[in-house]
Design a protein around this ligand. Structure first.
Ligand code: GLU
Length: 446
């Protein structure tokens, strides 16, 4: 394979959600797996709806996911290229002016439907003579421009769906240039994919028809066709599409609620594939699991509640180096033994704060039976403590007091941590240390 160059092309008109993450992660992981490059393209030709704050948010969300683009471009800065391509298509007779207003088009569609015909544009614009055009323009009308489709079947070997085809005879000639001279998504996307040398266009299956149209435009402009792959879209458990308005599933919403980005990435791409949804410890590992040929064609039903569990399970196996900085940001200057002791008990990384306080103190603990606690304290070995200290100590306490099982362990756990549950005490005791352990057993805040 030639070095792949893929792109993700969000429109900065809202926040990215988990469905967008599916598409962008498929691209990024494909580049990673095949040692290729990844372009972030802002599809911001819709000036009215595109906002710089959404573009900034996209960059931030990508960084959170661990996705670092090799290059980034904005379509709003590349309009001259689209103008050039439109001129080329006009000169080739593939772009023709049309003058119908939105209302007129709507009426045409309704008449066609009423007569049982498909609502396909009737190419009135193509038949206009120079005089008719001049008359329409004298009325103050401005043209929008449609691409003249070849009424034939367009086929490609889809990276996900295998051999695919769309019959362009059933499609309306697409509008490539609006009345005000601005460009809807179609032409800029084609021009950029050709100009930037994109090798693989990987996107949602809502773009299958666009692909047939875009292949024809690419052929009309001349240039090497990329490969195309269309993945299934994430749906809710009941099969509905995800809408951008699902704010709590926006990447920033998930980040703010403390969900691990690796869990989001894994759920976004493993759902609806032949790989089981599972926690991964790095994007490299995920790249090894994701193969476009293994993405299912059925809808990818995704259960947002799975995110909580997957996030916790992801956290439980992260190594210290991966979280050290994030712990510092939470005000936890922890060491590796602390992390290894507590990670299995966290639902969110921020829960580590509670355990940090418990290890460092001071905390109030509970001593229900002071004489038992005093006996245990008198048997606490001398430092240094290690992983074996807990076992030898509790064996000695059992021998001395006769307590065993829950009656032995629960009062010690409550005295040492103030909690009924938590990480293994074999790991916590060395972190708490002898001095604090003795004070807590004596019922003092320490
Ligand atoms: N801006 C388009 C979208 O978000 C990009 C589609 C594509 O990948 O070509 O749907």
């Amino acid at each position: 394979m030639t070095t792949p160059f893929v792109r993700t092309a969000p429109s900065p008109t809202g926040y990215l959600h988990i469905g967008n993450a599916r598409s962008l992660m498929f691209n990024w992981l494909f580049a990673k797996r095949h040692v290729g490059r990844f372009l972030l393209r802002y599809d911001d030709t819709d000036q009215a709806r595109s906002k710089p704050e959404f573009a900034d948010a996209i960059a931030e969300d990508l960084a959170w996911l661990g996705v670092v683009p090799d290059a980034s471009v904005k379509q709003s800065e590349r309009i001259a290229l689209y103008d050039g391509a439109a001129d080329k298509l006009r000169a080739a007779g593939r772009l023709y002016p049309c003058y119908e207003s939105a209302d007129e088009l709507d009426r045409k569609r309704k008449r066609q439907l009423a007569r049982g015909l498909p609502p396909v544009y009737d190419r009135t614009g193509l038949k206009l003579t120079a005089e008719e055009r001049a008359r329409l323009e004298a009325e103050g009308r401005k043209p929008h421009w449609r691409f003249l489709l070849d009424w034939e079947e367009v086929g490609w070997d889809d990276l996900v769906r295998g051999p695919s085809h769309v019959d362009c005879a059933s499609l309306s000639d697409p509008v490539l240039v609006r009345e005000d001279g601005t460009y809807p998504y179609t032409l800029p996307s084609v021009v950029d994919d050709l100009d930037m040398g994109i090798t693989h266009v990987i996107r949602g299956e809502d773009h299958v028809t666009n692909t047939a149209v875009q292949i024809q435009i690419m052929q009309a402009l001349g240039g090497a066709l990329p490969a195309f792959g269309h993945h299934n879209l994430l749906t809710t458990a009941s099969g509905e599409g995800l809408s951008k308005r699902l704010g709590h599933l926006s990447l920033r919403g998930l980040r703010e609620s403390g969900i691990e980005s690796l869990a989001v990435a894994a759920l976004a791409v493993l759902t609806g594939s032949s790989e089981a949804v599972r926690p991964v410890s790095s994007l490299d590992e995920l790249a090894g699991l994701v193969d476009l040929a293994h993405v299912s064609r059925a809808p990818a039903k995704f259960d947002e509640h799975e995110l909580e569990t997957l996030s916790a399970r992801t956290l439980h196996q992260l190594d210290f180096a991966t979280v050290e900085e994030r712990l510092k940001d939470l005000g936890i200057p922890a060491s590796e033994p602390f992390w290894l002791a507590v990670r299995g008990n966290l639902a969110r990384l921020s829960d580590a704060r509670d355990w940090w306080t418990i290890v460092e103190g001071p905390i109030e603990t509970q001593v229900a039976d002071p004489s038992f606690a005093a006996a245990a304290a008198s048997l606490l070995p001398a430092e240094p403590f290690d992983h074996t200290t807990w076992k030898s100590w509790t064996q000695a306490v059992a021998a001395e007091t006769g307590a065993k099982g829950k009656a032995l362990f629960m009062p010690l756990r409550q005295a040492l941590t103030g909690r009924d549950h938590g990480p293994e005490l074999a790991a916590l005791l060395p972190l708490i240390g002898r001095e604090k352990a003795l004070k807590r057993l004596a019922g003092e805040a320490a």
